[in-house]
Ligand binder design. Structure first.
Ligand SMILES: CC(C)(COP(=O)(O)OP(=O)(O)OC[C@H]1O[C@@H](n2cnc3c(N)ncnc32)[C@H](O)[C@@H]1OP(=O)(O)O)[C@@H](O)C(=O)NCCC(=O)NCCS
Length: 430
């Protein structure tokens, strides 16, 4: 075994003959590893249409004994919304190990390296979307948000919202040159205050979000955009495609929504009223929604919806004081946490987390210091990461045997404080 890349966290251990390397100019080789890992081929038409969004200075590989890349990963620098603020976050991405190098510990070594680099860059948190949900918990990532996917029948009735009918609605072919600004602005406004609502805040991420190569359409039409406006400002949009289908002579088309965003209830109502009543369609698939989205509240018959809940953001606390002080808290509390972190000893041990008076933006500011006092609550960094965005109850985790309370009442206080009025979600990812 060889070791290297030791930061103030754990050691990076690789099997003999393997070593960590910066990817540098080996970009095609990097992309090839992921093609092999995920099982997709290079398609000239797709490659020409879809920009690679990676920040190559943050791309890392593992070189195998044959001198070729055997595993890769990279990360995005995000300002991730947390309750009442944002935290600098490394968005882990493009994680892939060649199938002929699997289960030798390459991912484990890459995660240690990623967490060390993240800490050195001063990013207190790492976050990701998981290809398979069983992979990342062992590395201290906690499932911090879920997304709701609804399938609705055409014609599902909505409760009325004043002002909805007065909004202007337009359906157009999606043209990035025309719609990029409005999509970006409404997306940002619609998610203001929502933890996890990461913005596509670079040109290349914005461009990537609106691409639509024919190979991605799965039998559907090119992407359309529907916007609703009050005569002056656009207040909501949906990116969608219809898939034409006929059964026994009857139209059974589907409406597939890539993303929907609305800044208020009237805009949401106007959009959904339209999407739920398109000719020749039978079903509407919503794509990712926050679990507290307006739509389920608007349905006259909530049982009309078939719902699926899927894990959304996974959050890994890399620098505990940095992460816990980046957010605000819903109530005051003073607690000593005993934190376990098998991979980053710098997070482990006892911490006093104590709130000060609410700040002007609302929510309590916390002070986080080392403590030698007896612990009130014992928690693993995974569960603390799960609670960071305000969407998971530490009391629920206690009931699953994952959190332990030592001082009666202390857990209820900290769980209440970690809660937040908006459910976390990230509306996009790849
Ligand atoms: C998932 C993947 C990255 C794992 O890489 P790897 O180098 O084989 O992983 P490691 O050998 O470091 O395994 C570390 C541990 O995770 C476990 N593990 C790995 N992949 C897992 C999976 N898909 N589901 C559950 N556990 C998994 C291993 O069993 C091992 O457990 P152990 O420590 O108890 O023995 C690799 O199989 C891969 O590239 N898969 C296809 C692409 C993909 O899914 N990428 C992730 C994108 S988010």
């Amino acid at each position: 075994m060889t070791t290297g890349g030791a930061g103030h966290g754990g050691m990076t251990t690789l099997p003999d003959g393997y070593r960590l390397v910066d990817v540098g100019e080996r970009r095609e080789e990097f992309l090839d590893v992921d093609r092999l890992a995920f099982g997709f081929a290079s398609d000239p038409e797709v490659d020409a249409a879809v920009p690679v969004t990676l920040d190559w200075s943050r791309a890392v590989g593992v070189e195998g004994p044959d001198g070729r890349l055997a595993a890769v990963h990279a990360s995005f620098p995000f300002a991730m919304p947390v309750p009442g603020g944002t935290v600098a976050t490394a968005g882990l991405t493009w994680v892939g190990v060649r199938p002929d190098h699997r289960r030798r510990g390459l991912l484990s070594a890459m995660i240690t390296e990623h967490l060390d680099r993240t800490a050195r860059r001063g990013e207190p948190v790492s976050a990701l979307f998981a290809a398979e949900a069983a992979i990342y918990g062992r590395f201290g990532y906690g499932g911090a948000a879920d997304a709701l996917h609804l399938t609705l029948p055409r014609g599902a009735a909505l409760r009325p919202v004043p002002g909805s009918a007065e909004l202007d609605l337009r359906l157009e072919p999606l043209d990035p040159a025309v719609h990029d600004d409005v999509v970006h602005a409404v997306h940002a406004a619609a998610g203001a205050g929502r933890p996890g609502w990461i913005l596509r805040d670079t040109d290349v991420l914005r461009r990537r979000h609106l691409v639509d190569p024919p190979a991605w359409r799965q039998g559907g039409e090119p992407l359309r955009v529907v916007t609703v406006a009050d005569g002056r400002d656009v207040r909501g949009y949906a990116l969608l495609r219809r898939v034409e289908r006929w059964e026994d002579g009857r139209p059974r088309g589907a409406v597939r929504i890539r993303e929907v965003a609305a800044v208020d209830a009237a805009a949401a109502h106007r959009l959904w009223s339209f999407l739920l009543d398109l000719d020749l369609t039978a079903t509407v698939e919503t794509g990712m929604l926050a679990v507290d989205d307006a739509l389920p509240h608007l349905l006259v018959d909530p049982r009309a919806a078939t719902s699926r809940l899927q894990d959304n953001l996974w959050v890994r606390i890399v620098d505990l004081p940095g992460a816990l002080t980046a957010r605000r808290y819903a109530a005051g509390f003073d607690v000593v946490l005993e934190v376990a972190d098998a991979r980053r000893p710098s997070n482990a041990g006892r911490w006093r987390v104590r709130t000060e008076a609410p700040d002007v933006a609302g929510g309590h500011v916390a002070e986080v210091t080392r403590s030698t006092d007896p612990a009130d609550v014992t928690v693993d960094v995974r569960e603390l990461g799960a609670a960071l965005l305000g969407g998971r109850s530490l009391v629920a985790m206690q009931r699953a045997g994952l959190v332990t309370e030592h001082r009666p009442g202390s857990l209820a206080a900290v769980a209440t404080a970690f809660g937040w009025p908006f459910a976390p979600v990230c509306s996009w990812g790849w």
